[in-house]
Design a protein around this ligand. Structure first.
Ligand SMILES: [Zn+2]
Length: 321
């Protein structure tokens, strides 16, 4: 989990500063450059950082009347041209960088997420544009799979059913299981599975949880067999109204963190989006996991973290749909 920095001055990013100081294209681009290239421009084609072969900014020639494209650099190694948006989720977007920055801030600061409709009204862009922007942003902040660092220590695992439309009987059939895996006091991961089976739960655990962890679940029988491979498996029996239990060794069994996460996720699904398709649910769940993993940060710091994740994550409209 990322933790707030002491220096509150660093927290310069909020809707006021974005509107007042970074609304012009040039200022917004400079801000993005300062965040993505703190030590100078890096060529996205050959990764030249300009230390031995300096990258130069394209400036208009003296006396020339033709305008030069804003923010274009010239690589000192591979001689290619590039801008700060090449190779990021912003590449090929016609939306000004200033609006992109606002979209990132809004997503990072909305605890229960935001719908494409609302984003479209707030940023004065078409619904389809807002929808695609949100999908690109969710793609950016989704954790790498498998996780770089496995969850360890006391880990809670639980599943819930999300979505479903129509009359009751068909609604339940259309609901999608989401598994949450949460390290107490640390990071979390989510997995959307087709069914809650030993095999699917085992795969999720294997991808996300270190084998020396103590894993807490409810009494669902599908956890028993896969969790034999883990150091310890503690269960609480919900059917006997047992939600937390203090053990003799001082540890606490329970899955309250998972319950908190699911209540947030469901408020997003029913409050902001109304309906989420099975295909898109993993991205929505990851968006919530990102905010969970950065819950110790201020909104501005969370935005900086999100900006740091936009590189190497291009997403085309075809891939998004
Ligand atoms: Zn280059």
């Amino acid at each position: 989990m990322k933790v707030k920095t002491e220096d509150s001055k660093r927290d310069e990013l909020n809707l006021i500063s974005l509107a007042q100081e970074y609304s012009s294209d040039e200022k917004a681009r400079e801000l993005l450059e300062s965040k993505l290239w703190p030590n100078g421009a890096i060529c996205p084609h050959c990764k030249n950082d300009g230390k031995t072969k300096p990258n130069s900014k394209l400036e208009p020639k003296a006396g020339s009347k033709s305008a030069v494209r804003k923010g274009v650099y010239f690589c000192g190694a591979c001689r290619e041209q590039f801008t700060v948006t090449v190779g990021t989720i912003f590449e090929g977007s016609h939306v000004p960088i200033g609006k992109w920055l606002m979209a990132i801030f809004i997503l990072c600061s909305s605890k229960k997420s935001i719908s494409a409709n609302q984003m479209s009204r707030m940023l004065k862009v078409q619904y389809k544009t807002a929808w695609f922007m949100l999908h690109r942003l969710r793609h950016a902040v989704s954790p790498e799979m498998p996780l770089n660092t496995l969850l360890k220590g006391e880990v809670e695992v639980d599943e819930t059913f999300v979505g479903g439309k129509g009359r009751l009987c068909s609604k339940y059939r259309r609901q999608t299981p989401v598994v949450a895996l949460i390290e107490r006091g640390g990071n979390m991961a989510t997995r959307v599975v087709s069914n809650v089976t030993q095999k699917n739960l085992g795969a999720a655990l294997h991808d996300c949880v270190s084998k020396d962890a103590t894993v807490n679940t409810d009494e669902h029988t599908a956890y028993r067999k896969p969790l034999k491979d883990w150091a310890k498996h503690n269960t609480v029996v919900h059917s006997r109204y047992e939600y937390t239990r203090r053990n003799k060794d001082g540890t606490v069994s329970g899955i309250n963190s998972c319950e908190s996460f699911f209540s947030l996720l469901k408020r997003g699904v029913y409050g902001s989006w109304h309906h989420v398709s099975r295909e898109h649910l993993p991205k929505y769940a990851n968006e919530f996991a990102f905010r969970w993993n950065t819950r110790g940060l201020t909104d501005g710091e969370r935005m900086e973290t999100a900006i740091g994740m936009v590189t190497g994550k291009r997403l085309t409209y075809r891939q998004a749909t």
